[in-house]
Ligand binder design. Structure first.
Ligand SMILES: [Zn+2]
Length: 333
């Protein structure tokens, strides 16, 4: 999930999207009813390299472009289907949910699984085993975006509307959909824990690929080794929860804000009050320069997957590019 808070929207340099052929690919599946969301027939003018002629078409173009961006970073071996809808989500004048996403299924103990008795998102599992185990009509990832932004209602994000350009942040008063989709797809691909944070329970008693790299620096315990009660306490134990994966660690000096670290490791988001859909499954918002996978949207990130792909490498996703070049580009600005 990602939230927006009203802030000045910065313009950033344009970054093109390269064509890249993979053995596998992402397919975005439009799950909206006729005349709504991704099928909205309202005529619109082209915007920022998006030539869609209707609102629905422009929305779909952004979703597909962001999926193509992720395809550059991952070694896909099969078709990964992303179910997508635009629906009315929570929103008030000061903040709102921009979107949410997750895997539709999880898998463990499949051929080529990096760890035994450990859950992986279905997209990661199917990619690793080189077989699409979902029925043709089923998706691997489910995503939803907030249609209310396009009402232009001041009661929702002070009237900010979606920007559907593919060329960077839009004008003042808009929220670019592209980086929101990049963020949500990362959750769908496996940037999340399957632990039930209210109870601390592992999903059906098994570890997941993400929680294996969570450590509480207050106790020195890793999440898989904790009791349920200890995980409940740890989930709200800011600033003590860190990521222990070596790939992220090797690249995390790009984050210059010292408060984003604890014991030299990059912190996760673990506020005192549990935030459903947000706690643990994001980096700390103290990371600066900001990262794609923080709980709230940061202007200035457009198609940068920064440490997200490094985390995917840690959890065993086959990664093409660790994103460091792009990450460096941002620091050179
Ligand atoms: Zn999120």
């Amino acid at each position: 999930m990602i939230r927006a808070v009203i802030a000045v929207i910065l313009a950033i340099a344009l970054l093109g999207i390269d064509e890249k052929v993979n053995a596998g690919q992402f397919v975005t599946v439009n799950l909206d009813p006729p005349n709504e969301g991704l099928n909205d027939p309202e005529p619109v003018d082209p915007v920022g390299g998006n030539d869609g002629t209707t609102l629905g078409e422009q929305r779909m173009n952004v979703l597909e472009a962001a999926a193509e961006r992720w395809a550059e970073f991952l070694q896909l071996t099969v078709e990964i289907r992303i179910g997508a809808t635009f629906e009315e989500l929570e929103c008030d004048s000061a903040s709102g949910v921009l979107g949410f996403a997750g895997p539709t299924f999880v898998a463990a103990n499949f051929i080529n699984a990096p760890e035994t008795d450990t859950w992986y998102s279905i997209s990661q599992a199917d990619t690793l085993r080189g077989a699409d185990t979902q029925d043709p009509g089923d998706q691997h990832i489910s995503t939803t975006y907030n249609v209310r932004l396009d009402d232009g209602d001041s009661g929702c994000l002070a009237g900010n509307t979606w920007y559907y350009g593919l060329d960077g942040e839009g004008p003042s008063g808009t929220v670019p959909l592209f980086p929101v989709v990049l963020h949500e797809l990362a959750h769908g691909l496996g940037f999340l824990t399957f632990v039930e944070l209210e109870s601390g329970e592992k999903l059906n008693g098994l570890d997941d690929a993400y929680m294996m790299f969570l450590r509480d620096q207050a106790t020195g315990k890793d999440w898989p080794d904790m009791s349920d009660e200890e995980r409940v306490d740890s989930a709200v134990n800011d600033p003590n929860i860190v990521w222990t994966g070596s790939t992220v660690d090797s690249m995390s000096d790009r984050v210059t804000a010292s408060e984003a670290f604890n014991g030299g490791l990059l912190r996760m988001h673990a506020p005192d009050e549990l935030e459903a859909g947000s706690s643990i499954s994001h980096w700390t918002p103290d990371a600066d320069p900001p990262l794609l996978m923080e709980p709230s949207r940061n202007p200035g990130i457009f198609d940068d997957v920064d440490l997200t792909s490094a985390l995917f490498d840690d959890i065993g996703w086959p990664v093409n590019v660790l994103g460091i070049e792009i990450f460096q580009d941002r620091f050179e600005e």
